[in-house]
Design a protein around this ligand. Structure first.
Ligand code: A3P
Length: 285
C-alpha cells in the first residue's frame, strides 16, 4: 500500500494521467476495467481536508451505525483509495481519491456515480499538510514552514495545486451528482452535514443514527480510535511522535503558524488564483 502511496509523490499527476490512458494489453486490465461496474459512491478531496472524517461518516451510514462492524478494519481499508484498487470491490462500492477532477476515470461520469467532495480552507490545509509531510515518511523533507508554504502556493506538492483542485470540482458540480461539502461546515454543525449526506445517498434521516454518527466521528472519538487514527501503520512509515495524524482537528490553526507577512502575501496570491470563482471559504468559524 505504501509503496503505492509513494507513487503519489512529486510525479503523481503525471503518472496517474499515464495510468488512466493505458489500454488493456496482455490480459492486464486497465484501471477503468477494474472499476467497471464498480461505481457507486466516491469521496474526493484535496489532501488534509477531512478525507478520513467523511470516510468514517460514510462507512457508518452504510453499516447503519454498527460501531462494532466499523471497528473491524482500519479506515483506509474500509474506504480504499480508488488509485489503489487492485480488485473489484464488494458492494457498497465506496472509494476515495485525491485526484483532480480532470483525472477521474470517465466511467465515474458515464455511470452517474454519486460523488461527495470535501474542501477545506487553503490556510488550514497548508498547515495540516506541512505537519503530515514531516510525520509521513513517504514525503520528501518539507523544509522550513516558509519554504513549504511557497511550494504549496506554487502547487508544487503532492496532488498539485489546491486552487485548481477545489475550483475544478466546484465547477463540475453543476453537471454531475456532486455533493460539495466544507470541513468548516462539518466543524460548525456535524449533524446538519451528516443529514445532507444521508439525503444525498437517499437514506432516511433517522435522528438516532445521525446522533450516533456525530458522536462516533467526533474528533475526540476518532483520535482515540485505532481503526480511524492511522496508528495501525508502522512507525517507519507514519511517525505519530513527530506529529499525530489526528493532530488538532480545528478551523483556524493557521493563525498559530502564518506570520503577518506570510498572511499578506498569501492573501494577495489567493485573490489572484481564485479570481472569477464563486467558491468561498471560511478561514475561521
Ligand atoms: P489537522 O492536521 O488540522 O488536525 P485528511 O483525512 O483529509 O488527510 O485530513 C486530515 C485532517 O483532518 C487533520 O487536520 C485531522 O486532524 C482532521 N480530522 C480528521 N478527523 C477529524 C474529525 N473527526 N474532526 C475534525 N477533524 C478531523
Amino acid at each position: 500500500f505504501y509503496e503505492l502511496v509513494s507513487i503519489a509523490e512529486s510525479h503523481f499527476l503525471k503518472k496517474a494521467s499515464n495510468l488512466f490512458k493505458t489500454q488493456s494489453t496482455n490480459n492486464v486490465p486497465t484501471v477503468e476495467w477494474l472499476l467497471w461496474p464498480a461505481c457507486c459512491s466516491l469521496f474526493s478531496h484535496h489532501v488534509f481536508s477531512g478525507t478520513t472524517w467523511i470516510s468514517e461518516v460514510i462507512d457508518m451510514i452504510y453499516k447503519e451505525g454498527n460501531v462494532k462492524e466499523c471497528g473491524q478494519k482500519p479506515i483506509y481499508m474500509r474506504v480504499p483509495f480508488l488509485e489503489f484498487l487492485l480488485k473489484r470491490a464488494p458492494r457498497p462500492r465506496v472509494v476515495k481519491t485525491h485526484l483532480p477532477v480532470q483525472l477521474l476515470p470517465k466511467l465515474f461520469w458515464e455511470n452517474n456515480c454519486k460523488i461527495i467532495y470535501v474542501a477545506r480552507n487553503a490556510k488550514d490545509v497548508a498547515v495540516s499538510y506541512y505537519f503530515f509531510y514531516q510525520m509521513a515518511k513517504v514525503h520528501p523533507e518539507p523544509g522550513t514552514w516558509d519554504e513549504f508554504l511557497q511550494k504549496f502556493m506554487a502547487g508544487d506538492v503532492a496532488f498539485g495545486s489546491w486552487y485548481d483542485h477545489v475550483k475544478g470540482w466546484w465547477d463540475k458540480r453543476k453537471e454531475q451528482r456532486i455533493l460539495y461539502l466544507f470541513y468548516e461546515d462539518l466543524k460548525e454543525d456535524s449533524r446538519r452535514e451528516i443529514r445532507k449526506v444521508l439525503e444525498f445517498l437517499e437514506r432516511p434521516i433517522d435522528e438516532q443514527l445521525v446522533e450516533k454518527i456525530a458522536h462516533h466521528t467526533s474528533f475526540k472519538e476518532m483520535r482515540q480510535n485505532p481503526m480511524a487514527n492511522y496508528t495501525s501503520i508502522p512507525k517507519s512509515i507514519m511517525d505519530h511522535s513527530i506529529s499525530p495524524f489526528m493532530r488538532k482537528g480545528i478551523t483556524g490553526d493557521w493563525k498559530n503558524h502564518f506570520t503577518v507577512a506570510q498572511n499578506e502575501s498569501f492573501d494577495a496570491h489567493y485573490k489572484r488564483q481564485m479570481e472569477g470563482s464563486t467558491l468561498q471559504f471560511r478561514t475561521e468559524i
